[in-house]
Design a protein around this ligand. Sequence first.
Ligand code: Z15
Length: 835
Amino acid sequence: MTGILPNKPRIEDDRTGIDIDTLKRAFLDNLFYIQAKFPKVSTKNDYYMALAYTVRDRLLNRWLHTNQTYLERAPRIVAYLSAEFLMGPHLGNNLIDLGLYEPVKQAIAELGLDLNELLEQEEEPGLGNGGLGRLAACYIDSLATLEIPSVAYGIRYEYGIFDQEIKDGWQVEVTDRWLRYGNPWEVVRPESELMVKFGGHTETFIDEYGVYRVQWVPYKVVKGVPYDTPILGFKTNTANTLRLWKAEAPESFDFAVFNQGDYFGAVHQKSESENITKVLYPNDETYQGKQLRLEQQYFFVSCSLQDMIRLAKMQGVALERFHEHFAIQLNDTHPTIAIAELMRLLLDEHGFDWDRAWDITTKTFAYTNHTLLPEALERWSVAMLGGLLPRHLELIYEINSRFLDEVRIKFFEDPDRIARMSIIDESGERYVRMAHLACVGSYAINGVAELHSRLLKQTVLHDFYEMYPEKFVNVTNGVTPRRFIALSNPRLTSLITSKIGDGWLKNLGELRKLESLVDDAGFRNDFYQVKQAVKQDLADYVRANHGVEINPESIYDIQAKRIHEYKRQHLNALYIITLYNRLKANPSLDIAPRTFLFGGKAAPGYYMAKLIVKLINSIADVTNSDPDVGDRIKVVFLTDYNVKFAQRVYPAANLSEQISTAGKEASGTGNMKFSMNGALTIGTLDGANVEIREAVGAENFFLFGMTAEEVLAKKAEGYNPWDYYHGNDELKGVLDRIASGFFSHGDTELFKPLLDSLLYQDIFMVLADYQSYVECQERVDGAFRDRDNWTRMSILNAARMGHFSSDRSIRDYLSQIWKAPAVKIDVPEYSQSNG
Ligand code: Z15
């Protein structure tokens, strides 16, 4: 539809101008014409919306020119497939990326409003659980910043991760109605809808050329509608797209035909279709095996692949060359059904033969593994998968049979391998092992930190490593400094920029220039003052929201992450009780005052995690009101930890708790965000902690606990937690204190499941690491008392974290896996194009 219409609309100056007066006029204009309000009757949310639209207007030129450039030039595109994108609020980030933060702040102030209050209004899109979803968000930020043509595909959950409330110390989940007031950042594209089939059966036939073919006759069809959100690069013209799919009932499948007069049946079928994208599954790292989850995965994968094929066709790219046009990254196994789906599309819908289709497929996909925990590995029962996706099950069997032939040839003397490596687990009820399918169907397999990638090759994927050593690479995770330094910590950002200029936000390695300033007493004092000011902000927040007074002079000791036994929030809790017991025994004990802050959600069905939340809150009740403790210990469980709140938390920390059992945390990314903001880490040699410690220097990192090798060895020799309980009086005192009902109003049953799990199994070896942890915390206590030296260590942490920018991670993906060149986007001056 081009015809005589000019390619560019006349663009009103009020939609692009960035001088203060234009921004003010544009804001009032949007308030009137979009929110339909006068200032007199406007709510804070109206003001937020007016500002969001003002900013959106100013990014549309970049977005449309980027899309047009990609359409015309048909560059190689990175497609990032993820069931989760934990984006966090868009407004502040977009202001930073556009370089509009300061002028907008001023314009808003001149209108008598406060930018921070408007930023606070935004309901964040919490379309992820934790690290994996947030990593995807950091990666698309860096892809845009590095000007890499890319598209991110996912699911537009109507309800994201639940909101957490705490009632009587227990977690209570509340529905996340994030779309309640509308979403100014997305654009729905109903004209680009696609259809996705489910269920039914397959039929064979001989086509017009006499070729044997299969067709899938589905039981139902669901419509996928794309919702697009622009993802800006930092100070570039590139604005890539996050395309999230919403499920709807297809009106073309005329209900009247299928349900003659069955009105209720028709409405029911409609709501069943829409159910697919209703809600995010709230478990992090535990696989549940629910059919609806498989429906979600297949739904968004099928929409995304059809979308890519449609784009390639539009650009005149032959499907034979699909793999040259797209590199598809599978974020964990969640989108792995894509391997079978691309085969189906090429074979059944585009007439390819097997060998050509398999060649294209295995040159297209790359797989990122994010965990070694067996409970997280996805396996779909053959019965369920075959019922929902009958054609895909056939294809998976065929892929498997050809794959196992290769295994037989390569390892002809080792028949056990066949059973171990098969995509189908046949040890009991039959399951499809999605990680195996991902390994077979991908040209690259990566772990997310050096240790994790090594352990992957040695343990979970050992057989696959022996089969395909050349596929295995490491890409250590990273995080975006735009959101987690510039936006989260404006004070630190101005201090750094005043010393080393502003190049560091695009090239985080430049932070190293701060190292030489560590000997400058004036700079140390400025750095210290920044940290104190941010700590005061958090104290104000905690007073207002939790009614607890915390002391900015105390150590802010923070553990913020999903609640999980392997992350060992309960080890932290045992240390708090240790200190408490010491203070009770010796009320004049001299310790550095500490504020223990926890934040994080427990999966609603994860009983032990919820009990840990209750334990922390129960300890807080006692310590925060015991006069013997006074101001020396405060414990606060920060409710409803999410991206928005995380941005307040990272900058305020002195000590970052990264205390998972070695070998269990694949990487961790919160560890990086804390350290960049000048927190010191207390941690095990797990995940990316290993590399962070190497980067910041062992003398600036508090290390404790067993190594991954020692953990495995101890397990092999037969670990008995009782030995530690009986061998350590202080530990025994702590566990006995909990057992006595001291923290539970005399109830000796409440925490028994937790104590039993520690004393009878302790699969995460909390008791084995306890003594080492306590001693390490004593070193922390000592170090904090030397304020100036602590500040030195803190500066060196921030200065040496350049390696952990997600820009570096994306460069690693590009050079090792994707090989997609950058494309510069031109945005012609509006004044010229508009005459
Ligand atoms: C998740 O958040 C992570 C791994 C998973 O397998 C699932 Cl299902 C969710 C996390 C890892 O636990 C964490 O160590 C890592 O930093 C993060 O993914 C991003 O790679």
